[in-house]
Design a protein around this ligand. Structure first.
Ligand code: SF4
Length: 121
């Protein structure tokens, strides 16, 4: 029996501004310069770029709450420091990853923590 196939990603139309924002986040090469530049050795810029890259696009909406929670939990488990929002990471980043991604990840994480699924689960 033919049960069909996965939907082609190109079928979902995405506004140019959203696509550009996702591409900016995807530009992170994982070099770690942001962590090295941070006085707290925080990995927030790197991790938030990865969270944003997926959270911005409709294709990344499934599991977006779990993704933010798990990536923050893993970042903490690896021993990275807390972000005090000095911005040194973004200044040193060779790909000019914006601090806006940290704000987005914080919203994603807070939303996941406050969601009814997690309160009841
Ligand atoms: S410095 Fe920029 S490109 Fe390198 S890991 Fe950090 S966010 Fe990614």
């Amino acid at each position: 029996m033919n049960t069909g196939s996965a939907r082609d990603a190109n079928e979902i139309l995405i506004p140019r501004t959203i696509a550009d924002e996702a591409m900016d986040a995807a530009a992170c090469i994982g070099c770690g310069a942001c962590v090295a530049a941070c006085k707290n050795a925080s990995a927030m810029l790197f991790v938030s770029a990865k969270v944003s890259q997926l959270a911005i696009l409709p294709q990344g909406q499934s599991e977006h709450k779990e993704r933010a929670e798990r990536m923050v939990a893993q970042m903490d488990a690896e021993g990275f420091g807390a972000c005090s929002f000095t911005g040194a990471c973004s200044v040193e980043c060779p790909k000019s990853i914006s601090l806006d991604h940290i704000a987005r990840m914080n919203r994603e994480y807070l939303g996941a923590k406050l969601s009814s699924d997690n309160v009841n689960g």
